[in-house]
Write a protein that binds this ligand. Structure first.
Ligand code: FNR
Length: 351
């Protein structure tokens, strides 16, 4: 069974060293990158016996859509740096595993081509630029391509200081460009974001989004119960508990460590998703037990894409989904709604 770890090792063999650092790295001393994975490592799940669980159901329903398994691909920029097909390859691989793809504002392939590669309507991850006309154009292009949900990333008023990229003087490989943005100089992600991102955004951005689109908006980058509450008040259709894979605030908490308090605050009013450090099916069940309706997987998908293209993405996601089902049987969890916090033992308390 292909694992996230095996794909990480395989990707390390084939990837350019600076690109590898761009993917693996995080902000500052990379505390939050490590914290995400360590939080999952510290979890133990309580096995239950003779439960008669049989074949578990991994199905779920998110924003009115049925999902085969509670796993989506996290938005990540520039898949064309890893595979010529870029997001088209990722979308078709994810489709074979029954997983939706959240497409980055900085996708390297056109939204229409990505949507055509999958039977599952993609979601658009949105950065709200200072130039709202560009933001609006991105939304309209995605809507025209049949995208169904907006994911507004709110943890990036400025880009985290990624020291590996600074040391390497990181530049995107030649020919790697955002396919859905007007022409510009994107070669240095940190320099581009400094000029293009709006550091003054506040919750009224959701009013603006609602005034220009009827698509539901999820807010990605929530790490505090108070912010989940404010997101719902501002009209968000859901929240994504995320620290951007440790790429923004070095001392952000592990996402798993704040999940339960956020899920408690949301109290079923909207879906709660989580990303950061999800590597195995057992991680997915731990997150579900602590209140996540679904999870997103980031770096392992890029590793699989770099190592084996579309086929790798499918194999990775199928393996995680199968492992989720295995874990559900061994813990007597017949369906995701049966995943309760008592399933999890040894969870570190947030510090
Ligand atoms: C990201 N992430 C990200 N997030 C976002 O909202 N828009 C984006 O364009 C990107 N781009 C991006 C590029 C790369 C190379 C990485 C590794 C990550 C963050 C991503 O959506 C997600 O929050 C984390 O990657 C999840 O953590 P794991 O699974 O990588 O540990």
């Amino acid at each position: 069974m292909p694992t996230a770890l095996a794909y990480q090792a395989a990707a390390h063999e084939v990837m350019d060293r600076h690109l590898w650092d761009f993917v693996e790295g995080g902000a500052g001393d990379e505390r939050a990158v490590l914290a995400n994975v360590h939080a999952f490592d510290a979890v133990r799940l309580r096995p239950r016996v003779l439960t008669g669980c049989g074949e578990p159901s991994t199905k779920t329903r998110i924003l009115g859509r049925h999902w085969r398994t509670p796993i989506a691909v996290a938005p990540m920029a520039y898949h064309t740096a890893f595979d010529d097909g870029g997001e088209v390859s990722t979308a078709s691989g994810a489709d074979r595993a029954g997983c939706p793809l959240v497409v980055s504002t900085f996708a390297g392939r056109r939204f229409a081509d990505i949507a055509a590669a999958t039977t599952i309507a993609p979601w658009l991850q949105l950065y709200c630029f200072k130039d709202r006309s560009v933001t609006r154009h991105v939304i309209e292009t995605a809507e025209a391509a049949g995208f169904e949900v907006l994911v507004l990333t709110v943890d990036t008023p400025r880009l985290g200081r990624r020291l590996r990229d600074e040391r390497n003087g990181f530049r995107l490989p030649d020919g790697v460009l955002p396919a859905n943005l007007p022409p510009g100089d994107f070669s240095s992600p940190s320099e581009h974001s400094r000029t293009a991102f709006d550091p003054g955004l506040d919750w009224t951005v959701l009013d603006w989004l609602r005034s220009i689109t009827a698509l539901p908006v999820l807010v990605k980058g929530v790490l505090a119960a108070e912010d989940a509450e404010l997101a719902i008040k501002a009209g968000a259709a859901g929240v994504i508990v995320s620290n951007h894979g440790g790429r923004q605030l070095d001392r952000a908490p592990a996402t798993l460590d704040v999940l339960a308090e956020i899920a408690a605050a949301v109290d079923g009013r909207c879906p709660v998703l989580l990303d950061g450090g999800v590597r195995r099916g057992s991680d997915v069940l731990a997150a579900a037990a602590l209140g996540a309706d679904a999870v997103l997987i980031g770096r392992p998908v890029l590793h699989a894409l770099a190592a084996e293209g579309s086929e790798g993405v499918a194999r990775l996601l199928v393996a995680v989904a199968e492992e989720l089902a295995d874990t559900m049987v061994l813990t007597g969890t017949a369906s995701l709604s049966d995943a309760r916090p008592e399933l999890v033992i040894g969870r570190r308390q947030p510090t």
